[in-house]
Design a protein around this ligand. Structure first.
Ligand code: AGP
Length: 621
């Protein structure tokens, strides 16, 4: 996700548009910090003035100190979380069109940008960046040059776009308005006194006004000194009641949540949906984000090794079950810091997959380099665009979870599993293990997951309550089998790193081989119970595990598929998740465990965004 700001207000050219836009960007930098840019328009000038720079906002501010922008009456600004195109100066927003007359900024993913790009290139329009945004800018400029006012141009272009977008545009020849449009991406308008604002988040303008209007799906907005006008997709004016923003700035950055972690837990349906978006080309082939590995090489690999650390490793463990099942290629999951010291058997027919949210984890980076020295092709599943692991791997498949600020990984985890599933489906397709209709069925099942994640989040109050009741517990155990085993490990890790209490995950089948000695009356034990519909024998075996620990006095907290009444008969607490294909259930089962850890840590008064002793990215070995 990116940060977007627009401002109209100065009756005569002044520095206020620039100042307001830069201040807004600084409040939105948590949404993305790959690059930052600003464009302003001044009456009498037939082109906008532009400044943009890769890296954090401070880089743009340094550039502006050396080369100030002219005084102006309107402005737009953007902080980027790159999805299409590396985080470079050229790919930074705003993007210009019509010889600098029009400037555009964008948050989201325009899925049909390639087709639209070809249309523009065929007309001889020069496109300077790799971004989908610039394509939208040229389309808007083409309408303006044909005589449309900016709002009309925006409306007609928005109808042609597929995917998710928040777009803002200015026209140097209309230096008293800013126009925006949105679909599946946030946009709010601020109502000031003789001035108006647009932003992806109210935090950008609440220092100037707390009266705001939320834009609806496929609506177009035009702001001017006189106020805010909203139109529907057909151009009909819409009356929209403003709301009053009661949040302070810090809370607003968290989208109204108490913590980035809670916000990011709620971001998970979007993270999965965005990671799935636009992944298959029109021949139904997976489209990697960067680099290529010869399909012949991928067709001839005889082993896959997934390397990662912490939560990312558990995502790899979940993916292993699916990739092996779909491709029949042996898959190993290795902790990156162990991998290269065990003298692993790695060769040109071993595909090494590095999973990393930050793309900077030194243990994982060193393991990638080791694998490459052995001649293995490497693919990175990474969240941070342009990060070191993404750049050094032979190919990259980005998770599109947006910036993950909280140290404890949540939305990146579900996005990593999703991306690894896509890789498995791609390999199965490439190697002919799955027919096209089977591939389509798997993709359809994945497309249904975001809505199911949303339901688990919406129905999470019971687990929040139980967490508060268990605030004084000193140790919690987690059991899971098959794809539930990595979820047990992840649930234990979340509790360790957030609530600082001993928590341990076990393979449920391991219980009787030792760990059951830990069970004593009152000992809380989470059990991830497989669906009774999937592998019935797994369900019955884990049910036995529940009964074994319950017989020894454990307090059983069971994650089960909705409708599984047997679970409730054997649990002190049962937390239901929607039915889903066996291999995809971890995307749902992990959510109650994330929320349990968050709530228990908050009940202890801990900082859940920055837990003690931890860093968001471990860039040392
Ligand atoms: C997860 O909550 C932790 N923050 C940690 O285990 C993390 O997953 C691990 O350090 C790997 O980080 P990466 O995904 O950025 O490589």
């Amino acid at each position: 996700m990116c940060g977007i700001v627009g401002y109209v207000g100065a009756s005569a050219p002044s520095s206020r548009p620039r100042d307001v836009v830069l201040a807004g960007l600084s409040r939105l930098e948590y949404r993305g910090y790959d690059s930052a840019g600003i464009a302003v328009a001044t009456p009498g000038h037939d082109a906008v003035a532009l400044a943009k720079k890769a890296g954090k906002l401070v880089n743009l501010e340094k550039q502006l100190a050396e080369r100030p922008l002219p005084e102006s009456t309107i402005g737009i600004g953007h902080t980027r979380w790159a999805t299409h195109g590396a985080p470079t100066d050229a790919n930074a927003h705003p993007h210009l069109a019509a010889g600098g007359r029009v400037a555009v900024i964008h948050n989201g993913i325009i899925e049909n940008h390639a087709v639209l790009r070809d249309e523009l290139l065929a007309e001889g329009i020069e496109i300077l960046s790799d971004t989908d945004t610039e394509v939208a800018g040229h389309l808007i400029a083409r309408e303006v040059l044909n005589g449309a006012d900016l709002a009309t141009a925006m409306r007609s272009v928005a109808k042609r776009l597929e995917g998710a977008f928040t777009l803002l545009a200015i026209d140097a020849l209309e230096p008293d308005i800013v126009v925006g449009a949105r679909r599946n991406s946030p946009l709010v308008a601020g109502l000031g006194d003789g001035e108006a604002f647009l932003a992806s988040d109210v935090v950008a303008f609440i220092d100037y006004t707390r009266d705001a209007i939320e834009l609806g799906q496929d609506e177009v907005v035009r702001i001017s000194k006189e106020g805010v006008e909203v139109f529907d997709a057909a151009g009909n004016p819409i009356e929209r009641e403003p709301f009053r923003v009661e949040w302070d700035a810090e809370r607003a950055q968290k989208g109204g949540f108490d913590s980035f972690m809670d916000k990011e837990i709620h971001d998970q349906p979007t993270a999965v949906a965005d990671t799935l978006k636009g992944r298959m080309d029109d021949q139904g082939r997976l489209v990697l984000d960067g680099g290529i590995i010869d399909p012949y090489v991928l067709s001839s690999i005889d082993k896959i090794i997934i390397i990662a650390c912490g939560t990312a490793a558990y995502a790899g463990m979940v993916a292993r079950y699916a990739i092996e099942h779909w491709t029949r290629i042996p898959v190993e999951v290795e902790l990156a810091h162990e991998f290269r010291y065990r003298d692993p058997i790695v060769g040109i027919r071993t595909l090494v997959v590095a999973v990393s949210q930050s793309g900077e984890t030194m243990d994982t980076l060193m393991a990638v380099r080791y694998a490459q020295r052995q001649g293995a092709p490497t693919i990175a599943i990474v969240n941070a665009q342009g990060s070191t692991i993404a750049r050094e791997a032979d190919a990259v498949l980005y998770t599109r979870a947006g910036p993950e600020i909280a140290v404890a990984s949540t939305k990146a985890f579900v996005a990593q599993i999703t991306a690894a599933f896509l890789l498995g489906i791609y390999l199965a397709q490439l190697r002919g293990n799955k027919y096209p209709d089977e591939i389509d069925a798997l993709l359809d099942q994945l497309e249904e997951m975001p809505a199911k994640l949303q339901r688990v989040i919406d129905e999470s109050e019971p687990v929040r309550q139980v967490a508060k009741d268990l605030v004084d517990e000193r140790t919690v155990l987690f059991l899971g089998r098959h794809v539930g085993f990595p979820i047990a490990l992840e649930g234990a890790l979340k509790l360790k790193e957030l609530a600082y209490i001993h928590a341990e995950g076990f393979a449920a089948g391991e219980l009787k081989h030792g760990p059951i000695a830990l069970i004593e009356p009152g000992q809380p034990v989470f059990i991830v119970l497989p669906s009774p519909r999937g592998r019935a024998e797994l369900h019955s075996k884990v049910l036995s595990n529940i009964q074994e620990v319950k017989a020894r006095g454990a307090k059983t907290l069971v994650i089960a598929e909705e409708g599984d009444e047997v679970a409730a008969q054997n649990a002190d607490h049962v937390f239901y998740v929607p039915a889903a294909p066996t291999l995809m259930t971890p995307l749902l089962q992990v959510i109650p465990l994330q929320i349990f850890a968050l709530e228990l840590a908050q009940a202890k008064g801990y900082d859940v965004d920055q837990p003690r002793n931890l860093a968001k990215s471990v860039t040392v070995e």
